[in-house]
Design a protein around this ligand. Structure first.
Ligand code: OOG
Ligand code: MG
Length: 251
């Protein structure tokens, strides 16, 4: 499995696309998550810190765009984290796409039973986020196992200002703009019916991998809209009703 992690790590570092693993080897989903673990270990060994997790394919728009119909999760590290207004070099990426997201900031370790009824007490804030995904596979094409092994295409993200957990996020407009022009619009209810469901789902998925969400972790709930390619020179921004905006300048 380590050879797959090595190939994916090299592809990300050199920003060079590779063929899908599934074209030559049949990985099970469990093996794909094992490759993802090995890949994350390489990043951590280089000094990166894990700052949270992201979910993928929590909306129909994303499932249909990419042809994957299962919810997946990957890790976010401090190397991927940018702040609103930051410049991000397009040379870091192969064929990056942007998508608008809802983010949660975990306030207390989540190690007990949680549900939609009690999840809020473990959360410190909610925010709008912009995620940059960059599949390491040629033509941005992959199977479920390919994308899981590739840490779910994680590449970069920025979170807007944190708002109190009482801020409505279940049914709000969410959009993506390039150079102040809307390119994707959707509603947060497209994210598993409610982004809070996404957080509950994340806790369950992580538990089955012996991982818990800890105080200070960031969770990206998954995009409500399809993702869009952008170019150098673009101001890429995500907006969510009541949560403001967050943007990155692509250079
Ligand atoms: C995989 C990542 C999916 C989301 O929000 O659904 C994702 C991909 O589409 O390349 O981040
Ligand atoms: Mg995403």
């Amino acid at each position: 499995m380590d050879q797959f992690a090595q190939i994916l790590d090299d592809a990300a570092l050199q920003a060079e696309a590779i063929p899908q693993i599934s074209l030559s080897s049949q990985l099970s989903l469990a093996e794909a998550y094992h490759v993802q673990d090995l890949l994350l270990k390489k990043c951590v060994d280089r000094g990166e810190q894990v700052v949270g997790v992201k979910l993928g394919f929590t909306s129909l728009a994303k499932m249909e765009q990419m042809g994957v119909k299962e919810i997946i999760w990957g890790s976010l590290t401090d190397r991927m984290r940018f702040h609103s207004g930051d410049e991000v070099s397009i040379e870091n990426f192969i064929h990056p796409r942007a998508e608008p997201e809802i983010a949660f900031l975990i306030g207390k370790n989540i190690d007990g039973h949680i549900s939609l009824q009690n999840i809020e007490q473990f959360v410190q804030g909610v925010a709008v986020a912009v995620e940059i995904i960059d599949s390491r596979y040629r033509d941005f094409k992959f199977s479920l196992e390919d994308v899981v092994a590739d840490n779910c295409s994680s590449a970069a993200f920025a979170v807007g200002s944190w708002y109190p957990v009482s801020t409505p996020i279940s049914n709000i407009e969410i959009s993506l703009s390039f150079n102040n022009e809307m390119v994707e619009t959707g509603n947060s209810s497209a994210i598993l019916g409610d982004p809070w469901n996404s957080l509950v789902t994340a806790v369950g998925l992580l538990r089955s991998h012996n991982r818990i969400l800890k105080a200070g972790d960031i969770v990206l709930a998954g995009a409500a809209t399809a993702a869009r390619f952008f170019e150098s020179g673009f101001l890429v921004e995500a907006h969510a009703e009541g949560l403001g905006s967050v943007g990155l300048r692509i250079v």
